[in-house]
Every structure is written in C-alpha cells, then in structure tokens.
Design a protein around this ligand. Structure first.
Ligand SMILES: [Zn+2]
Ligand SMILES: [Zn+2]
Length: 239
C-alpha cells in the first residue's frame, strides 16, 4: 500500500507537494486565502474546511451505495477511500456512518439512511480534530455515541436513552484511553467499533459480528504507530 500521510488532491487526484514554510495560497474550492503547507503537483490548494466537506461527502456517498450489513468491512472500505486521511476528524463521522448503514440494512430501513447519515454528519462536525487530547474523549468514541443517540432518539431530557447512549460513549472512551497515546484514528476507531457492535447487539437487537481480531493495513502510513504495542499490528510485521 502506498504511503498516505495526506489524501490526494480532491480536485485532480494528483499527489501532494509539501513546503518547508507556509506560503499564502487561495483555496481552489472556496477562494479564501490561507497559509498553505502543501499543494498538489498541479498547484491546487484546498483548505481544511473544504477538504473535510469533500471527504465527508465521499463517506456518505459510499455508505448510500454500499450493501454492507456488517460494520467492520464497511469501516475498512471507508478507510480505504482516497479522500480519507490516515488521521483526521472525518473518523468522527466514519464509524457512526458505517454503524448506521449496517443497521439500516439489517432492519430494512434503508429509506431512512440518507436522513440518518446527514444527522450523523451534522453532529460529528461539532467534534473537532484532536478532541482526544483537548477534551479527554476520542472522537471515535463520540462517533459510537452519535450512532446510539440517533437510533434511540436520545435527548438531554430522555431517561433510558440518555443512559444507554452515555454508557456506550463511556465504554468506548475507556477502552481507547486505556491504550495510552499517541492517538491513532485507525486503532481508536477499531476499539470503538468492537465496543459498539457488542453493545448494539445487546440493546438494539442487531446481529453485528463483534470482531475478535482486526489486522491493521494502515500502519505504514502512521508515523506514530505503536507497532508491537498495538493489538491490531500485523503478526507478520512483528519481526
Ligand atoms: Zn490538484
Ligand atoms: Zn476552501
């Protein structure tokens, strides 16, 4: 797999070129000028807000055409999309979107899926990149909570739904934080997925596979990979 520290250019799919120092550049999509640290080989610069919008549209479009009834294969497909970076706040949508899609297929509620995905997108946009360090709760944990909140229609005023949703977010946050940093959006999504599938089967009567082993294919792209200290690091790469 090629090294994918940043996704390819969202305009022309060319590779990126990195600058040692920031250079003023106009976003090719919104026209606003920013200090840029990369463009593509054709000179396109896309600002973080436009990149995030483009990436989220790609995640939702993939979910809407996917027949997947199981969250893990769909999570892996979404992580492989060229728009999805190794790390980034798109993971705060990615997990909820995969869970909602698998749920909608299992329960024959695909007509609701566009609305469910739109709601997950809006909610997850409120969780910034780096919330793991800044807030003490990983966005991949919140993503499981968003999934559960949407389906149980939890609100600040509900009782059981409020509890069910908070318990899932807390469980995910617990297993993620237990690993210690530095953050990895892949590892943390896998950990949250394992918790969310088991919990969903218990409270929403889904029949999701609860993965007991996931082999990470993304570690070559992660400069901060914990390698043998990560449960998802491939055995074949352990030498
Ligand atoms: Zn380009
Ligand atoms: Zn822009």
């Amino acid at each position: 797999m090629p090294i994918k520290l940043l996704p390819k250019c969202p305009v022309c799919s060319e590779d990126k070129i990195f600058f040692d120092a920031g250079e003023t550049a106009s976003c090719h999509l919104c026209g606003v000028r920013f200090e840029a640290y990369d463009t593509c080989q054709n000179g396109h610069y896309v600002c973080p807000m436009c990149r995030q919008k483009n990436t989220r549209q790609a995640i939702i479009a993939h979910c809407l055409k996917s027949p997947q009834r199981q969250p893990l294969p769909l999570v892996l497909e979404l992580m492989e999309l060229p728009e999805v970076a190794m790390h980034g706040p798109e993971h705060h949508l990615l997990l909820a979107a995969a869970l909602l899609t698998a749920y909608a297929h299992e329960k024959n509620k695909t007509e609701d899926l566009p609305k469910l995905l739109d709601e997950a997108n809006v909610r997850s946009l409120g969780v910034p990149g780096g919330a793991c360090g800044a807030w003490g709760i990983c966005g991949a944990a919140v993503s499981s909570g968003i999934y559960m909140s949407i389906l149980t229609e939890a609100s600040p005023y509900s009782e059981d739904e409020w509890k069910i949703t908070g318990q899932l977010t807390a469980r995910c946050g617990h297993v993620i934080s237990r690993e210690g940093g530095p953050r990895c959006c892949k590892r943390d999504t896998f950990l949250s997925l394992i918790e969310a599938t088991a919990y969903s089967n218990a409270v929403l009567d889904t029949h999701f596979d609860v993965p007991d082993s996931i082999v990470c294919a993304f570690y070559p792209n992660n400069r901060e990979c914990k390698r043998t200290a990560c449960a998802f690091f491939p055995v074949r790469a352990r030498e």
